[in-house]
Design a protein around this ligand. Structure first.
Ligand SMILES: *[C@@H]1O[C@H](CO)[C@@H](O)[C@H](O)[C@H]1NC(C)=O
Ligand SMILES: *[C@@H]1O[C@H](CO)[C@@H](O)[C@H](O)[C@H]1NC(C)=O
Ligand SMILES: *[C@@H]1O[C@H](CO)[C@@H](O)[C@H](O)[C@H]1NC(C)=O
Ligand SMILES: *[C@@H]1O[C@H](CO)[C@@H](O)[C@H](O)[C@H]1NC(C)=O
Ligand SMILES: *[C@@H]1O[C@H](CO)[C@@H](O)[C@H](O)[C@H]1NC(C)=O
Ligand SMILES: *[C@@H]1O[C@H](CO)[C@@H](O)[C@H](O)[C@H]1NC(C)=O
Length: 416
């Protein structure tokens, strides 16, 4: 018991060493388009040194009647200039067409900063839909309401879509005659099948698995570097994902202990897991329960994340044992609960990976029926607690990363 206590505290100091972790080879996307919508500059560079091109006179903007370029009326310190300083405003349907040389999955990211653009005040009457083929990504989308409810100034919507045809066609349409729409940026990046699962993911509370094949699209809702810090798109594994801190999603007063890997533990991907699955920085940090075995029996380490009722969700939990003194089975064994139901009991990461420093993930599907009471949202609870049934050496539990996706409904929609 004392060993772990000693290790959990000083390891916080190792945070600064993270930069030195060995670089796993990154995925190199065949297609990567960064479009700064409505920009008056043909080329702009964001704070991560990524280059964006304007959609003005761009081949990607295949139909733009009734649309124009405009600059945000008010500036905010917290809002990056690129791509949020400008937007394309549309009063009728517009279409962007992106040629995709690699048939398969792409991430489509849509960037929105509700502001006033020319005389179009997006905090009042911007309401629009976004469609891709048979998928409805956004319907009667109110970007201002969305940012307000999240307590943020801008929002990025990310979708994982299969492109079979060689082009990705994205259509934006105002909801009605009195409303308009806007978009500040569009990013398209071709990616490997990181989230597909043809064998099937186990569904909480059901015996038959859930297949994630080419007909399934995902909307990324949460992507957390649990126990670690923000990982920007440029530090991802080539897929340009952002990984956020987990602290604001922790439920209750028990935050456990955020830890970084021991310097003498190397993160090494097994042959069965592609190194683009998640950045080494995500696997190098974890949130454990407290160093007190007996306190850990009195609470669950819990994250609470707001999601919509009436949809199905993919939940991915990333694990990697980061302590050099945890390298044998039955040292740390724990249970995973999703919405108070047991998703997996007796998780022993060393038993699954055979060694510390080896990344691993688990997927689960959670189906949330529509709420008869009419509540459109609820909180998804992800909770861990020690499994003491085989008397492990420590009563603890940990998590390195967490991703939550909404799965399109039978109508191909993500909208309520
Ligand atoms: C756009 O407007 C031009 C000029 O009014 C017209 O010729 C063209 O057909 C329109 N295109 C679409 C796609 O509506
Ligand atoms: C946009 O509308 C909001 C809400 O009515 C108002 O507070 C704001 O001043 C308007 N912005 C501009 C630039 O007119
Ligand atoms: C970790 O990697 C470094 C550099 O490649 C190597 O020198 C060291 O021996 C490795 N440590 C372990 C425990 O494998
Ligand atoms: C889990 O159970 C607790 C205690 O009964 C309850 O307060 C909470 O709402 C439940 N959470 C979910 C997501 O069902
Ligand atoms: C942890 O969560 C599970 C599932 O909701 C619950 O049965 C158990 O009582 C919780 N444990 C504690 C100590 O709160
Ligand atoms: C997702 O949408 C596609 C296209 O509309 C549809 O074929 C597929 O069945 C949907 N998936 C689910 C799980 O409903």
């Amino acid at each position: 018991m004392n060993n772990l206590i000693l290790l959990l505290f000083p390891s916080i100091l190792y945070l600064s060493l993270l930069v030195n972790t060995i670089l796993a080879s990154n995925y190199i996307p065949k297609d990567h388009i960064l479009l700064n919508c409505g920009s008056f500059d043909p080329q702009t560079t964001d704070s991560d040194s990524r280059k964006w091109s304007s959609d003005y006179k761009s081949n990607f903007l295949s139909s733009s009647n009734g649309s124009f370029r405009a600059i945000a009326a008010t500036k905010s310190r917290n809002v990056p200039k690129v791509p949020y300083n400008s937007a394309r405003i549309f009063y009728s349907k517009i279409t962007y067409t992106f040629p995709i040389s690699s048939h398969g999955r792409v991430f489509l990211r849509l960037y929105f900063y509700p502001n006033t653009y020319s005389r179009s005040n997006a905090t009042i009457n911007a309401l629009f839909s976004v469609d891709v083929g048979t998928y409805t990504l956004l319907k009667n989308f109110d970007a201002y309401k969305t940012t307000r409810s999240l307590g943020v100034e801008y929002v990025v919507k990310e979708y994982y879509i299969n492109v079979g045809s060689g082009e990705l066609v994205v259509t934006f349409s105002p909801s009605d005659m009195t409303s308009f729409g806007f978009v500040n940026g569009i990013e398209v990046v071709s990616v490997p099948k990181v989230y597909d699962n043809e064998v099937g993911v186990s569904i909480l509370g059901a015996s038959s698995p859930f297949t994630i094949d080419g007909s399934t699209a995902l909307e990324s809702l949460y992507r957390l570097n649990v126990g670690g810090s923000y990982v920007p798109p440029t530090k991802d594994t080539g897929l340009s994902r952002s990984w956020f801190e987990d602290t604001k999603y922790i439920f209750g007063s028990q935050f456990g202990a955020a830890n970084s890997k021991d310097p003498n533990v190397n993160i090494t991907f097994p042959n069965s897991l592609p190194s683009y699955t998640a950045p080494i920085d995500v696997y190098s940090t974890a949130r454990f329960m407290t160093p007190d075995n007996f306190l850990n029996l009195k609470f669950n380490l819990t994250w609470s994340l707001s999601i919509d009722n009436g949809f199905t969700y993919l939940v991915r939990l990333h694990f990697c044992e980061i302590f050099s003194n945890i390298d044998k089975v039955n040292q740390i064994v724990f249970n995973i609960f999703l919405n108070n139901e047991t998703a997996y009991s007796g998780v022993d990461v060393i038993a699954l990976t055979e060694s510390n420093g080896v990344p691993y993930f688990m997927d689960f599907v959670v189906i949330l029926p529509s709420d008869d009471g009419g509540d459109s949202k609820q909180d998804l609870w992800v909770a861990l607690n020690p499994d003491t049934s085989d008397k492990p050496e420590y009563y603890n539990a940990f998590l390195n990363g967490l991703e939550i996706f909404k799965i399109n409904n039978t109508d191909g929609s993500f909208a309520l």
